[in-house]
Design a protein. Structure first.
Length: 362
């Protein structure tokens, strides 16, 4: 019986020493190995004293078994998830995963996490920070989300995007459940999706929303339970710029006018600027009324004024308001279009004067 105990203790000592060396080289937590290692050394020393020097009334092997039992009881009493992970070899697996991870106990106290997280918040983790508090800390420099529907804001290039997946974990012979939180870094994917969405919904030259975006807005506005207004705009002189000064000048005209629209958007809420194509533009003003849209037209006119006829930006426009929920969007847009062409017809003489000037500087 004694020989069997000695053999088991030496085998345990060898295995613990091997684990101790491996973890020492990896700079891991050595506490559990030191604890068991010390208990085996103590048992061996007591047995040697018992056999050769002084005979104890109680068998030292029994003392050793009691000590080990107390150590194991302490581990399970404190629900030491971190230690159990080390003992089962799961820690090495987690440390080699691509994803960041956080392990919390049944009280939602963080007991372990990835090296990258630990380097930033080591002190807080040692003090027993909760999972909720750690997430709050992480959100100072990153975006945490459970599904794509949570991503409602514009892409923030200065932050990392982590897709969170949480799962309860139960270790063998462990009374309570813990929690494993995995953080998948999907920053590059979110950035790519954001860029694709922008290409699909924005005009590449002007940065305004494009016709594709406009078409998607129509059914939403048709079913809206609020009033809205539209202003359809036709920039004057694009053909003259293209014919007499070249297409580069025409592009500059459209870009400059688009910038004027964006400036006006900063002054009003829920104002959507759209380039329909060519020299046609559109403002959709959610909850907008006639006074608001007339003020927007006045602001645009002021921004376009310039003593140089080439740099001066004039435009024709038409305004229409949907004041009844049963009025179709196509009807609202058609009414605005009619007003636009009425105004354009009044500018025939102005166009002739401008064309004469362009010919003179061609």
């Amino acid at each position: 019986h004694t020989l069997t105990c000695y053999i088991l203790m030496f085998v345990g000592l060898y295995e613990l020493l091997k684990l101790f060396i491996i973890n020492f080289r990896r700079d891991k937590d050595l506490y559990p190995f030191v604890l068991f290692f010390s208990s085996i050394i103590m048992a061996l020393v007591l047995n040697i004293i018992h056999i050769f020097f002084y005979s104890f009334e109680i068998d030292p092997t029994f003392i050793f078994m009691v000590v080990v039992a107390l150590i194991m009881l302490n581990i399970f009493k404190n629900r030491d998830l971190s230690l159990i992970l080390y003992m089962n070899g799961n820690k090495d697996i987690l440390d080699n995963t691509r994803e960041l991870y956080i392990i919390s106990n049944h009280q939602e106290i963080v007991v372990d996490c990835s090296k990258e997280i630990k380097e930033k918040y080591q002190d807080l983790i040692e003090q027993g920070i909760s999972l909720k508090e750690l997430k709050t800390k992480l959100e100072e420099h990153s975006i945490l989300y459970l599904n794509d529907k949570d991503l409602t804001k514009e892409f923030e290039s200065d932050k990392r995007y982590y897709h969170i997946k949480e799962q309860r974990i139960k270790m063998p012979h462990f009374l309570y459940y813990g929690s494993l939180t995995l953080l998948y870094d999907e920053t590059s994917d979110i950035k790519l999706i954001n860029e694709m969405d922008r290409v699909m919904s924005h005009d590449l030259m002007t940065g305004l929303y494009n016709r594709n975006f406009f078409e998607n807005q129509i059914p939403l506005l048709e079913n809206a339970d609020f009033n809205f207004g539209v202003m359809i705009i036709d920039v004057d002189g694009l053909k003259l710029h293209n014919d007499y000064l070249g297409h580069k000048s025409g592009d500059e005209l459209l870009i400059n006018f688009s910038n004027m629209m964006l400036k006006v958007c900063n002054q009003y809420e829920e104002l959507i600027p759209i380039r329909l194509g060519g020299d046609e533009f559109l403002f959709i003003a959610k909850h907008g009324d006639m006074d608001t849209l007339n003020k927007i037209a006045s602001d645009l006119t002021a921004l376009g004024k310039n003593d140089d006829p080439v740099k001066c930006i004039n435009f024709s426009y038409g305004i229409s308001i949907r004041s009844r929920s049963n009025r179709k969007f196509s009807t609202v847009l058609r009414d605005a279009d009619k007003e636009l062409y009425v105004l354009k017809e009044k500018k025939v003489d102005e166009k002739a004067i401008l064309e004469k000037y362009f010919k003179s500087i061609e």
